[in-house]
Design a protein around this ligand. Structure first.
Ligand code: GLP
Length: 253
């Protein structure tokens, strides 16, 4: 079931998202978190760090698997997702680094890396909570619009619009890698719970299409409508703009 947690601001949405993560950490002895990068989860990571610093949570028993990584970037490249996770979360909490996993972008053997990461994800014995953002074209992880839903880890060609959107994390658009590794839709859908974070008005239209439009691999996030458990959507007022507008125009008829 889709449960929207309505926040007025991005900061509040980050706090709400952090609460959902903390609940899983409290419930499980060895929680497995599926994590995400980009701007959307930043507020949540800030809140988790602050809860750790105030002594209200420990990440000692937490294991993590990230959704995706750019192909061609070494882990210490400042635009790699490994670097992002270290800088924005892992370096500030008591998680054991060996319990944090991302695809290795720095390889030319794509097939072997997809296989390796599938084995990593399988070895977790199930993801308790998968955190997602949403791309402007509806991608989740780096699963771009396509004619089919991916199953396991894939080596994916990024669309021009995704490369343009993510160029803010690079020196220039040309330096954004053309390909990436991403956990598949099948792996995302096998999590126990999903937490989708959407911030800002540029996500309003795609969020509405994903949650209430037709389910199609052309909008990969639309598959979440078929998720077996709860999909918590932590969003701010701006990202919810189109959903609110459509719902109020429906109730006006
Ligand atoms: C990137 C990542 C996704 C992320 C999405 C949204 O392409 N691969 O995992 O969810 O973009 O990013 P942002 O939150 O920066 O808009």
């Amino acid at each position: 079931m889709i449960k929207i947690i309505h926040a007025l601001t991005a900061e509040e949405a980050g706090i709400n998202a952090a609460e959902a993560v903390l609940e899983v950490i409290k419930e499980k002895r060895n929680p497995v978190l599926g994590l995400d990068t980009g701007s959307s989860p930043l507020g949540m990571y800030r809140e988790l760090i602050s809860r750790f610093k105030s002594g209200s949570v420990s990440f000692e028993n937490v294991r993590t698997v990230n959704l995706d990584e750019y192909a061609g970037l070494a882990p210490d490249h400042p635009s790699s997702y490994r670097f992002f996770m270290d800088e924005n979360l892992f370096n500030h909490i008591d998680i054991k680094k060996q319990n944090t996993h991302l695809p290795n972008g720095h390889t030319s053997n794509y097939k072997a890396e997809c296989k390796r990461y599938d084995a990593v994800v399988a070895s977790m014995g199930g993801i308790d909570l998968q955190v997602l953002g949403i791309g402007h074209n509806g991608h989740i992880g780096f699963n771009e619009p396509s004619s089919f839903f991916t199953s396991g880890t894939s080596y994916i060609k990024l669309t021009d619009s995704t490369r343009a959107a993510n160029s803010r994390f690079f020196e220039s658009e040309e330096s954004v890698p053309t390909h990436a590794f991403s956990m598949g839709i099948g792996q995302i859908m096998s999590a126990q719970k999903i937490l989708l974070i959407a911030i800002g008005k540029d996500k309003a239209e795609i969020l509405e299409r994903a949650l209430f439009g037709p389910v199609t691999p052309e909008v990969p996030a639309s598959i979440l409508q078929f998720f077996k458990g709860d999909v918590l959507v932590s969003a701010d007022e701006e990202a919810l703009g189109e959903i609110i507008r459509k719902q109020s125009s429906r109730s006006a008829c």
